[in-house]
Ligand binder design. Sequence first.
Ligand SMILES: [Cu+2]
Length: 159
Amino acid sequence: MKKLRLLAIATLAASALAGIAVAHDYEAGALKIDHPWARPSIGETKNSAAYFKIENTGKAADRLVSAKADIAERTELHESVDEGGVAKMLPLKDGIPVPADGEAELKPLGMHVMLMGLKSKLEEGQSFPMTLTFEKQGDVQVEVKIEAGASGHNHSHHH
Ligand SMILES: [Cu+2]
């Protein structure tokens, strides 16, 4: 009986932890990738998006040219735009510029890494690896945390 109770407590603690957004970041040269995260996938939806902030403390501009994650069949850099009340997503063919001594922010309703053809569901509390390729800095490995997100409404449904 005691063992069962302990297990229940551990499960509770784990689910409580999953709800807390723990900041994590990655440094590569003058670049800092701040808190990569993605929303949990909704139902059978095969698409999601990843967000993070890129800080550049260097004297030279850089550019995010692509992102790749094994969890998705395809990834694209997108920007969400509002065209007369209609939300659209446009591919960022020239990538995402990161100005010298500046930053670029990928966020909901803005620029994002589109994850298309998800091979598995994105479950809150889990994470997946993603490779960001920069024009000058090259490849940077990050771990994307799956979170419901503090901004906007929570789309995750529990079945
Ligand atoms: Cu998109």
